[in-house]
Design a protein around this ligand. Structure first.
Ligand SMILES: [Zn+2]
Length: 118
């Protein structure tokens, strides 16, 4: 790549993945999470649902993704004000720094693109 070239990410092709929770294909793997036991990609929504099922939520509590593989049980003191909430519990869905082949492929693509840019 010459300097000054317009920079483009190389397209990545993923093996088709099926979500083990709902048995539907995962079309957007960049939004996928991984199963706790197997590390296989699962739909974000399916993981969210599973967390909701395993937690006994009060009517004023909600599950929300708080980043880095963690979900939080949040409580809204005023349901009309979504800007104010408190996190009551944290559910570690994925271990921090855990590596999965399928996700590594995404990371590699961006890393390589960064390198070829310099
Ligand atoms: Zn699913």
């Amino acid at each position: 790549m010459k300097k000054g070239d317009n920079f483009k990410f190389k397209p990545v092709t993923f093996d088709s993945a099926t979500c083990p929770y709902c048995n539907n294909p995962i079309n957007d793997i960049t939004y996928a999470l991984s199963d706790r036991q197997t590390g296989a990609p699962v739909h974000f929504d399916c993981a969210l649902k599973k967390v909701g099922e395993s937690e006994n939520l009060a009517s004023d509590e909600k599950i929300t993704y708080i980043g880095q593989g963690r979900f939080g049980v949040v409580h809204y003191p005023d349901p009309r004000n979504v800007k104010q909430f408190e996190i009551r519990r944290i559910i570690e869905w994925e271990e921090r720094d855990s590596h999965f082949d399928w996700r590594q492929k995404i990371t590699d693509t961006f890393d390589n693109a960064q390198k070829s840019r310099d």
